[in-house]
Write a protein that binds this ligand. Structure first.
Ligand code: ADP
Ligand code: ADP
Length: 229
């Protein structure tokens, strides 16, 4: 059965331009689906709709068979986590940033999540620009390191559906592959992953959905799609 189902989803930010034009697909529970396509295709928009950051203009999105408009915001946030394109860190330690919203998290759980996201070297560090009474101090984190803080946060939360919006795109290819592999291992069988990404990167997904101009242009296994190029 589908963990996530898009049924003829339409969406527009403004009435004069449709961004998603009848998108349908489903993601079986425990599987990994990659939504790929050129910049502007609507990938980010699609991930935000799942989180109900916006409501669909037409069609519907269901999670475990339930229309997300009928689910409370609280329970939706419990079942879904999103790692956005850009991570904005709180003015506190990396460990605090990872465990934000999870006051009961054990130090060992935080460290484990950090390790999976390859940032275990600096959980106690403070982000760049950290303001204290005596001025600014802190560690300058790259975009990729900030993304990894978000990924660690997701790995600590462990929602049953994890959404990544270009969330590994600021990493070098090697680290990106390592993290994608860690994510798949952690999630295998019991977490549903949706990864929005540009086509060029190799993603080890159960299915690839190619989004082009707000529509599903192709879907299939990665190898099959490569063969079509
Ligand atoms: P992708 O993630 O595939 O690059 P997006 O979903 O970010 O695509 O964007 C799809 C289209 O929607 C683009 O033309 C973009 O300019 C437009 N768009 C994205 N966000 C907004 C917004 N908040 N308001 C208006 N238009 C937007
Ligand atoms: P939780 O504490 O359960 O993770 P939050 O409400 O703090 O829930 O945020 C859930 C996720 O959504 C976080 O990973 C956060 O980075 C992301 N998020 C929050 N606001 C936005 C936004 N405006 N755009 C994209 N992602 C967001």
């Amino acid at each position: 059965d589908a963990a996530i189902r898009f049924e003829d989803v339409h969406f527009s930010y403004n009435p004069d331009r449709n961004i998603l034009k009848g998108v349908s697909f489903d993601v079986p529970a425990g599987k990994t689906v990659a939504v790929v396509g050129p910049s502007g295709a609507g990938k980010s928009t699609l991930t935000r709709l799942m989180f109900r950051f916006y409501d669909v203009s037409g069609g519907r999105i269901t999670i475990d068979g339930q229309d997300i408009r009928d689910v409370t915001q609280n329970s939706l946030r419990q079942s879904i986590g999103i790692v956005p394109q850009d991570t904005v860190l709180f003015n506190d330690t990396i460990a605090y940033n990872i465990s934000y919203g999870r006051p009961g998290a054990e130090q060992s759980e935080i460290e484990n999540a950090a390790k999976l996201a390859s940032i275990d070297g600096f959980v106690a560090a403070l982000p760049d620009g950290f303001k204290t009474m005596v001025g600014e101090r802190g560690l300058k984190l790259s975009g990729g390191e900030k993304q990894r803080v978000s990924i660690a946060r997701m790995l600590l939360k462990r929602p049953k559906i994890m959404i990544f919006d270009e969330a590994t795109s600021a990493l070098d290819t090697r680290t990106e592959k390592d993290i994608q592999q860690a994510l798949r291992e952690v999630s295998r069988g019991h977490t549903t992953l949706v990864i929005a990404h540009r086509l060029s990167t190799v993603i080890d997904a159960d299915e690839i959905i190619v989004l082009r101009d707000g529509q599903v242009a192709e879907r299939g296994r990665h190898q099959e799609l490569l063969a079509m190029e």
